[in-house]
Design a protein around this ligand. Structure first.
Ligand SMILES: Cc1cc2nc3c(=O)[nH]c(=O)nc-3n(C[C@H](O)[C@H](O)[C@H](O)COP(=O)(O)OP(=O)(O)OC[C@H]3O[C@@H](n4cnc5c(N)ncnc54)[C@H](O)[C@@H]3O)c2cc1C
Length: 417
């Protein structure tokens, strides 16, 4: 028998949606192109669940930064010339939304979803007894320049009006919270501590959700790539895959940054593009307790169990899967700058390098909801996909089961302006 719902993509978002739907009594199939679930962007991310970072990356001024990166100016977001033609619609919208009022509107929407989601991830972790190296001691953002601290404090103060808790610290107070920072305490102009953020391994969470989905009667098809969607009388009836045609009442696209390509043949324009990031993981290193973010560089250092991971950079370069030394070395340099004592004996060759494509929407808000009869979407979570995963799954599941949603779903609909 065909399931009520089939989900394209077995990453954080697809699996969360599957689990949430099954918990609401639906029948579900997940279709995953790779040889296992969560091998793409959900595999080795920075491992932080951070409602505090709800602000999209297209803050005011981002346009100049990106243009500067084209001529070699150091910028947290790097644009590659070859990708410019494929970015026209998305790029213009990305810049259009970089005004203070639009940016704040998007930040608020993300924060509401993040707060809901972070609590739900906890609930699922407890209910399923998930072992994902969770540690709930908070997150520390460190600053070396006063201007960067002032800018972050502006957003932070506004988020505090929505319920975020934040503490402003001097460099030495930051080193008391995280003793591994002691060697660089005098180089910091300050730090912001977010006690409610936490760290956990997204990949382990995904594997546990995979088991839960199967246990609840869901089907997970791996090595099965969706080639196109099938449409009949203006309704999506299923998908044509590398294995066979698969029907369902409703097909849900949760294919991360690759979702855009699945919608294009239907004449539906999804403003989501890949923004590449990298991570380097070093095993058997006893790392710091707290995840630390250097927001100016979009970089974070997290220790997960016996692994210390440095993750970050944001590069608009299409689906280029290369792992160039020139992009990985700055991560190691940053690790050395944050934790000189820990990193002094580590070399690039000691680390496991990884890259992933953040599915970044032009306005910085994910797209969650119905697209047309028989078709729904859950993608565009950008730098927040781990944080927003459970909440996005549950929100879409409630919409699809016609149940009251726990938060307002209107900011996330596809046809917002
Ligand atoms: C360096 C880095 C650090 C990050 N750190 C954090 C963090 O600390 N906290 C946080 O909240 N977020 C973080 N993120 C963001 C987060 O990892 C992503 O937003 C999230 O993984 C996206 O999940 P997804 O399920 O949408 O996409 P994916 O994980 O990419 O899953 C999509 C799945 O769809 C499958 N698929 C694609 N096309 C098809 C097809 N045609 N047919 C079948 N299957 C298909 C893919 O194989 C893939 O498995 C980070 C991202 C990066 C790159």
């Amino acid at each position: 028998m065909e399931p009520e719902f089939q989900i394209i993509g077995g990453g954080l978002i697809g699996l969360s949606t599957a689990y949430a739907l099954l918990k609401r009594g639906a029948s579900v199939r997940v279709i995953e192109a790779r040889e296992s679930v969560a091998l793409e962007t959900s595999f080795a991310n920075a491992g932080m669940v951070h409602a505090s970072l709800a602000d999209p990356w297209n803050g005011p001024g981002v346009g100049w930064q990106m243009l500067g990166s084209l001529i070699g100016v150091k910028s947290p977001m790097t644009l590659r010339l070859k990708t410019l033609p494929s970015l026209t619609g998305w790029g213009l919208k990305f810049l259009k939304h970089a005004t203070p009022s639009r940016h704040w509107r998007a930040t608020q929407a993300n924060y509401q979803l993040a707060e809901y989601s972070a609590a739900l991830i906890h609930t699922w972790r407890h209910a399923l007894n998930i072992q994902d190296d969770f540690q709930g001691l908070g997150l520390l953002k460190i600053f070396r320049q006063q201007a960067a601290l002032d800018k972050a404090a502006l957003i932070s103060d506004k988020l505090c009006s929505l319920g975020l808790r934040a503490e402003y610290l001097s460099g030495s107070a930051a080193a008391q919270k995280e003793p591994c920072l002691a060697p660089i305490a005098d180089k910091l102009v300050g730090a912001i501590y977010y006690p409610d953020d936490y760290k956990a391994d997204a990949y382990s969470f995904c594997r546990a959700l995979e088991q839960a989905v199967i246990k609840l009667g869901g089907e997970i098809l791996i090595n099965t790539k969706v080639l196109s969607l099938r449409e009949q009388n203006a309704r999506i009836t299923g998908a044509r895959t590398s294995a066979k045609d698969l029907q369902a009442d409703t097909t849900i696209i949760a294919a991360g940054a690759r979702s855009t390509n699945l919608l294009r043949p239907l004449g539906i324009c999804l403003h989501v593009r890949p923004v590449k990031g990298y991570s380097l993981s070093f095993e058997n290193v006893k790392g710091p307790r707290l995840p630390v973010v250097d927001d100016g560089q979009h970089c974070a250092v997290t220790s997960l169990g016996q692994v210390i991971r440095i993750a970050g950079t944001a590069e608009i370069t299409g689906f280029d899967t290369s792992l160039p030394r020139s992009r990985l070395m700055p991560l190691l340099t940053m690790l050395r700058e944050v934790y000189p004592a820990l990193a002094q004996n580590l070399s690039l060759e000691d680390g496991k390098a990884w890259q992933g494509f953040r599915p970044v929407s032009a306005d910085g808000i994910p797209c969650i909801g119905m697209v047309k009869p028989g078709l729904a979407i859950n993608t565009g979570h950008g730098h927040m996909g781990w944080t927003l995963s459970a909440g996005s799954g549950a929100l879409l599941a409630d919409i699809l089961r016609a149940k009251p949603t726990k938060i307002d779903s209107t900011p996330f609909r596809l046809n917002r302006t």
